[in-house]
Write a protein that binds this ligand. Structure first.
Ligand code: PMV
Length: 323
C-alpha cells in the first residue's frame, strides 16, 4: 500500500473551457494558490480483482469508481501491468461542499498510484497525468502559488502546471462554506455548454491571457490592489461567461452575493482582501495572514454561511512519510 497527500487549490485567475475534452486540456492558462487546510489522503493497494474506491469511509458510487478506472487505465497502458487497485481516499474537509475536492483527490491519486506502479515521474509529468483526472488537479501537484499552461501540442504534454516563484505577496485564505448541495451542472458539462453556446466565450479566453500577465506582475511587485482587481475580474468574467450560456449557469446563491459585498466593504474600510468563487456558491477570500481573523469573523455573520475555514498556503503533493 502507498499513501500520498495533496491539498486543494483555488484559482486566482480562473480556468473555464477545454481545448480538448477527451484529453482534458484547458483552452487557457490559470494561476492558483494551494491551500493547506483542504487536504486529501489517498492510499493505493494493487493486486485487487477489480478497481474499488472508498471515499471518506464509504464505497463510492459507480460513476466515481469508473472515473478512477479510466485514470488508472492510463498507468496500466503505460506500464503494461494489468493489476487493479483498491483506492481509499479521505478528505479532512466536507466533500459534499464541493470545495475543489477533485483537485486534491486526483493530485494525491497521481502521486500514490505512480509509486504503486513503480513509475518515476517528474513533477511536470505528474501534473500532466493529474490533469487528465481533473484540470485543476494539475495545479495541486505544487505548493503555494502555481501557474498552469494551456500548451499547444495536440497530445497535451505541454499542458502542465509549475510553481510560480517570486511573489512579494503572502496570501492566506478564508472560505465561507454555504449549504452543501450537490452541483446541478458539474464543471466539465458547464464548460462544454459555455463553449458551445455563450456569445462571450472567445472574449473570455482572450481576457485570461491579460489577466495572467497582470496577476503575475501584481504578485511580483507586491501590489495587492492590482491583484484584487484582477482576481475579482477573472472570477466575475468566468461567471458572466457561464451565465451567458444557454441555458445560463448560475452557481451563486443569495449568500454568495452577500459575501461579495462584505469583502468589498472590508476593502473599502482598508482591509487588503479580495474574493474568488468556483463553480459553486462558496466564496473564498484572499488576504494577508494579519487580516485573516477579521475577514473570517465578518464572513461568518450570515446564517447561510455554515462554516468558515481558514487556510495558509499549502504544500505540494507528497508520499506520506517523505519530508
Ligand atoms: O478541475 P475542474 O475540471 O473541476 O475545473 C475547475 C474549474 C474552476 O474551479 C471553476 C476554476 C479553476 O480554475 O479552478
Amino acid at each position: 500500500m502507498v499513501t500520498a497527500s495533496a491539498r486543494a487549490n483555488i484559482a486566482l485567475v480562473k480556468y473555464w473551457g477545454k481545448r480538448d475534452t477527451a484529453l482534458n486540456i484547458p483552452a487557457a492558462g490559470s494561476l492558483s494558490l494551494t491551500l493547506q487546510a483542504l487536504e486529501t489522503k489517498t492510499s493505493v493497494t494493487l493486486g485487487q480483482e477489480k478497481d474499488q474506491l472508498r471515499l471518506d469511509g464509504r464505497p463510492a458510487s459507480e460513476k466515481a469508481t469508473a472515473r478512477i478506472t479510466r485514470f488508472l487505465d492510463l498507468l496500466r497502458n503505460q506500464t503494461g501491468r494489468r493489476e487493479h487497485a483498491l483506492v481509499v481516499s479521505e478528505n479532512n474537509f466536507p466533500t459534499a461542499a464541493g470545495l475543489a475536492s477533485s483537485a486534491s483527490a486526483f493530485a494525491a491519486l497521481s502521486k500514490a498510484s505512480c509509486a504503486a506502479f513503480e513509475i518515476e515521474m517528474s513533477d511536470r509529468a505528474l501534473s500532466v497525468l493529474a490533469r487528465q483526472g481533473s484540470g485543476s488537479a494539475a495545479r495541486s501537484i505544487f505548493g503555494g502559488f502555481c501557474r498552469m499552461h494551456a500548451g499547444q501540442l495536440e497530445d497535451g504534454t505541454d499542458a502542465y502546471a509549475e510553481a510560480f516563484e517570486g511573489s512579494q505577496i503572502q496570501l492566506s485564505a478564508v472560505i465561507a462554506c454555504t449549504d452543501a448541495e450537490e452541483k446541478e451542472v458539474g464543471s466539465t458539462e458547464g464548460m462544454e455548454r459555455t463553449k458551445e453556446t455563450s456569445p462571450y466565450h472567445d472574449s473570455w479566453l482572450k481576457q485570461v491571457d491579460l489577466d495572467l500577465e497582470q496577476a503575475s506582475e501584481a504578485l511580483r511587485s507586491g501590489d495587492m490592489e492590482q491583484l484584487s482587481a484582477v482576481v475579482e475580474g477573472s472570477c466575475l468574467s468566468m461567471h458572466a461567461n457561464a451565465m451567458a450560456a444557454r441555458p445560463g449557469l448560475i452557481y451563486f446563491k443569495p449568500v454568495t452575493l452577500w459575501a461579495i459585498e462584505r469583502v468589498r466593504s472590508l476593502r473599502k474600510a482598508g482591509v487588503p482582501v479580495c474574493f474568488s468563487i468556483d463553480a459553486g456558491p462558496h466564496l473564498v477570500a484572499f488576504c494577508p495572514l494579519e487580516a485573516q481573523s477579521r475577514v473570517a469573523t465578518e464572513l461568518g455573520q450570515h446564517p447561510d454561511v455554515r462554516q468558515v475555514l481558514k487556510s495558509e498556503p499549502g504544500d505540494g503533493a507528497k508520499i506520506e512519510g517523505d519530508a
